[in-house]
Design a binder for this molecule. Structure first.
Ligand code: TXE
Length: 481
């Protein structure tokens, strides 16, 4: 049995209370490691370490901070195979996906901010000869980063990299459901020579460790990705303490397909945008709206492709769909499929749990599921499912589809498929989402603002937006006459 450890003040250490939690391999439904069941005391030790590291880290020339982060990015890339295998075992995702997406992106996140900080400049405002203002961008101090289970190392590093690059010290908590790659990452931090206390990783439960980070008076900014409900809980505690907050929450993203699209491309990309990572990506398009003239053609092509997806051992290179992350999550997703049926939906593909053979028999597998015949405003079309489930419905006019698309409380991402660019730009501007993809999905430039509107979150990550978040501007005004 593997015992994970916290990473505090540059040392790997067990939780102070000595307690551990079971960690599951979802592809087999078995416990395969133990993670620290940390509490307030460990968070306190992490804050003390972060505070004492802050002066020297924040005053270190950015070139030196950058070099350490570049080394860390290189170490992630060098350990691609072992990190990808660990991610697949911990999360249930296909190994091929972890190798192609999760781990390379984690290395890019660190590499991107290692160099971004060298180009980050602040503003000055001249007052026509009477005076001049310049703005300093100062690191905040000790910041908290809390990340989810769907893209574990990818989202963990997406927060930590800009925080550290900007000169802050971090107390971070990965999801207790997928803690393994954050633990392996702490070993790489030691190898890269990251000074003790700059990053502290405390493992454990959200309501214990996450809450202790949120409540801690000396942690003055929180960057969180996870469920909308948890985001609201965090905001309730952090807002009256006047903490800076960045919240990346859920989505219920529309995928809008016009009759004049490139149908083959729209179908093949919709397979990924619906079911990549078993649909457990906040950016997945879970509501597909197809213009009436091509509704039947799209449906036929889409269903055919979905039925060809291989559900199986995440380590098999032919597998397209691995396991969902936990037994609880599997039950939640299956309950959502039952609800869709109660609401009058027709299952046109999938709809069931899959029981595989041998040691995978207790794994958490669900068929990729397509549901039609539901109104846009029913619960299935309004609430986040976060699994391999999409709905499909026809539409007649642009006005109608805009109404459907904008009808949810969420506003993270959307996709538009059309060869008419004027229409695409017009529609993009009227969609209430932080991100719009035209004729593509999940094409990412790390310099762009990333985040959602409405219940999908507050603030933006990515590019200099994240460096703005992790710094405090101070304006200095000089009178020169
Ligand atoms: O997320 P949680 P869960 C959505 C998705 C999913 C639902 C719940 O719909 O079904 O959220 O997933 C920590 N104070 N997304 O339960 O609980 C927790 O330990 C502070 C969308 O896994 O929000 C973990 O580290 N922290 C999403 C992190 O918050 C707390 C990705 C996220 O967990 C806490 C994942 C508390 N009181 C799920 N309670 C996306 N947008 O990408 C929990 N945590």
């Amino acid at each position: 049995m593997i015992y994970l450890e916290n990473y505090i003040d540059g040392e790997l250490q067990p939780p102070i209370n000595g307690r551990f939690l079971d960690n599951y391999n979802p592809s087999k439904g078995v416990v395969y490691s133990q993670i620290p069941d940390s509490d307030k005391a460990d968070v306190q030790a992490a804050v003390v370490a972060a505070k004492s590291a802050f002066k020297s880290w924040s005053e270190k020339p950015k070139e030196e901070r950058s070099k350490i982060l570049v080394r860390l990015a290189d170490l992630i890339a060098e350990n691609l195979e072992s990190l990808a295998a660990a991610e697949s075992i911990d999360n249930g995702k296909p190994l091929s996906l972890a190798k192609k997406v999760d781990i390379p992106r984690a290395a890019s996140n660190i590499g991107f901010y290692a160099t971004a900080i060298l180009h980050y400049a602040s503003e000055s405002h001249s007052m026509e000869g009477a005076g001049i203002n310049y703005t300093l961008r100062k690191p905040i101090g000790v910041v908290g980063c809390i990340s989810p289970w769907n893209l574990p190392l990818y989202l963990f590093t997406w927060k930590i990299a800009p925080a550290i690059a900007a000169g802050n010290c971090v107390v971070a908590k990965p999801s207790e459901i997928t803690p393994m790659t954050a633990y392996l990452f702490s070993k790489l931090c030691l190898q890269a020579g990251l000074p003790p206390g700059v990053l502290n990783i405390v493992h454990g439960l959200g309501p214990k460790v996450g809450a202790a980070i949120t409540e801690h008076p000396e942690i003055t900014a929180i960057s969180f990705t996870g469920g909308t409900q948890t985001g609201a809980t965090i905001a309730k505690v952090a807002a009256p303490m006047f903490k800076k907050l960045s919240l990346e929450l859920g989505g219920k993203n529309p995928n809008i397909i016009f009759a004049d699209c490139d149908l083959d491309k729209a179908i093949s990309t919709s397979v990924h945008s619906s079911f990549a990572n078993q649909g457990q990506i906040c950016l997945c398009g879970s509501r597909i709206f197809v213009e009436e003239p091509i509704y039947e053609a799209f449906k036929k092509g889409f269903v055919e492709k979905i039925k060809q997806l291989k559900i199986g051992d995440p380590f098999d290179p032919k597998t397209n769909q691995g396991a969902v992350v936990s037994e609880d999550h599997m039950k939640k997703v299956l309950a959502c499929i039952d609800l869709a049926k109660e609401e009058g939906g027709t299952i046109i593909a999938g709809g069931n749990r899959v029981v595989l053979e041998g040691d995978l028999a207790d794994g958490y597998y669900i068929e990729p599921t397509i549901i039609e015949g539901l109104p846009f405003d029913c619960r299935t079309n309004q609430e986040e499912i976060f699994g391999p489930v999409v709905t499909i419905a026809p539409f007649k006019t642009e006005e109608e589809v805009i109404k459907y698309a904008n009808s949810t409380l969420y506003g993270l991402a959307s996709c538009i498929w059309t060869e008419n660019l004027t229409k695409a730009h017009r529609l993009a501007a009227s969609l209430e989402t932080g991100i719009v993809w035209i004729n593509c999905w999940l094409v990412r430039d790390l310099r762009t603002p990333f985040g959602g509107v409405k219940n999908s979150g507050v603030g933006r990550e990515g590019g200099f937006e994240a460096l703005h978040f992790f710094t405090e501007p101070q304006n200095i005004c000089v009178k020169i006459q």
